[in-house]
Write a protein that binds this ligand. Structure first.
Ligand SMILES: [Zn+2]
Length: 74
């Protein structure tokens, strides 16, 4: 069984920027999944799609998709 922890000191928690791109489609990334093998970036769409598969192995799941709502109103 893999234990999910959000307190791993090696996990990157820096905010995502407009330069971060979804690994699946190239759209702006709003989610960073940290795995034992490295990091994956996802747009909100692909994050929702892959979250269930990765939840068991991800060390951290950094989700900024709520910013989408903020930026729409700005
Ligand atoms: Zn995507």
């Amino acid at each position: 069984m893999t234990q999910i922890t959000t307190e791993n000191p090696s996990v990157t928690t820096a905010p995502l920027s407009a330069l971060d791109r979804c690994d699946s489609c190239g759209a702006q990334a709003y989610v960073r999944a940290t795995l034992a093998t490295g990091e994956l970036l996802f747009c909100a769409h692909h994050a929702a799609r892959f979250k269930e598969n990765l939840a068991g192995t991800a060390l951290a799941w950094h989700d900024e998709s709520s910013r989408l709502l903020d930026e729409r109103g700005a």
